[in-house]
Design a protein around this ligand. Sequence first.
Ligand SMILES: [Zn+2]
Length: 644
Amino acid sequence: MIRPSAPLSLLLLLLLPLLVSSPRGVDAGASEAEAPSYRLRFPDRARHYAEVEATIPTRGEDSIELWMPAWTPGSYKIRDYARFLEDIRALDAGGGALPIEKIGKDRWRVQCAGRERFTLSYRVYGREMSVRTNWIERDFAMLNGAATFLVATGTEGSPLDVLLEPPPEWPASETGLPPHPDGAPHAWRAPDHDTLVDCPIVVGDLEIREFEVEGVPHRLVCHGGGDLWDYDRAAEDCRRIVEAQIAMWRVVPYESYRFLNMITESGGGLEHSNSTLMMASRYSFRDPDRYRRWLGLVSHEFFHTWNVKRLRPIALGPFDYTREVHTDDLWVVEGITSYYDDLMLARAGITDAKQYLKALSEQISSVQKTPGRLVHALAETSHDAWTHYYQRHENSLNSSISYYTKGAVVAFLLDAEIARASGGEAGLDEAMRLAYSRHSGARGYTSREFRDCCSEVAGIDLTPFFTRAVDSREELEYVDALAWFGLRFAPVKEEEEEPETPPPHDPTPGWIGLRSADRGGHLVVTAVEHGTPAAAVGLNVDDEIIAVDRYRVTGGGWAARMKQYSPGDEVTLLVARRGELLRLSVTLAEEPALSWKLERDPEATPEQRERLIAWLGAAGEGLREEDSEEGASTEVPAEEDGEE
Ligand SMILES: [Zn+2]
């Protein structure tokens, strides 16, 4: 389970029993009391229903309260899962109805009058194809605990039994829940309600591939890919990612792990302690870019096994499922994970250095092109995830910034800062391992404690770094980080020779700074960035631009039309706003020429080159081979910038 060569392994070995929350934590003696048990059937699956029948022990109480979570961990939005329940009944042993009263939006009270147990029955509607909700249909079901199980108050800390009775066409079920001690198929015993919520269940006709890393079993479980996916190859790539991440963390904190991959023409992933639920397209295996993005998702969700499922801010566990919980550290949880997801693909040799630098460039570019970065600090965006990131609107780009992208960029800067300060002795890897060894127990960490771990491995106080990058709204500073790794932003324009025949028209297009979409052939404004000509002239979101000067413009034709104009030209836009025609005169500008495209600095010293190689793992070694083939001072050729 632990890499014996690792310097931290001894420490971790000693700490392991304290750190690891094993899903098999139920010992025989702990479950003296009768466990609530839930039986799920699917006779009405074609209409997206699961039927739940639960036996709820009462401990002799006169009344029992039942409740549903309002949200599920990892997805910071109130979803009010109770709205998907129907026909909730409580019955005594003879089948007689017991009084049941709704006492809150997701809470009920059953009058059981001292009976030892009662039967609870209800239907769950599931037809939202996302990783934090339920989907039930003819061919399969995907169940999330928070959206499925109505819980009796007082039983949350005790074992809960789950038994599925799938139809014959659904031969397999997979979940991270521990199997039920009686060994029945499709039966599990969760040690507590948190684990029940943390272990999604998929059931149907599943493609399953198993592999071991460090002697620990891992499964890739797929549904829906047909013959468009090569499951062996996908499992092999998952294995490489698992190996790269275990090599970094140096501890395997689970007894088995499942990648539950629903190939359902949807997207997204959600992390759990010993599994992840992900979504993909059947067409993403054979398209190299989409497949790489899927592997990035695998890498991201798997990294959360450590970063948030065990090493977490205090607010993120034990969970209050009834309301929002706030932390300033979602940038650590999601941003640092977003930094490592791509980096681990490079270290595993799945992507090369050029692909990795392109991915990092895109993250930097996304941050630098979002005006909201100067309005909402990273700590604030973390705190406000519930009302901002999860409730974005047309002005969000002006008012906020994603803690995923800015967090990933800050993680890169932090990695370089720790390395610089420690003279190359440490980096973010060491800081994460130290934080894990210290704070992955039951309590969690404060912002200060996480930052202290970074300062400790850096050997200097990093407070000024965190104040600027995380707590303030100031611009990020890249110079030192790029210099550490021998990188630079590519020059904006390559030196061009004067063309023999000058072009007939200034090739620099006019720029107005709007974002638009083709809606049924109409060109509609989707966002207006602050500080642009579009904002100055008062263009609004949802305005339809009908013509530029006297000429019609349609659908996706905006960029081509702007090539007809030059910066400084004044044009009149004919606009329809809620059906009323307006004419707006606007002076076009030149798009701010900034490059966020990372490339190796041709002037980099051998020392800088070595740091880059070490940072990128297998992809770095690829660079060394390239350099030795082409001579040590080879420039990485510039590549097309795929922006906007
Ligand atoms: Zn995440």
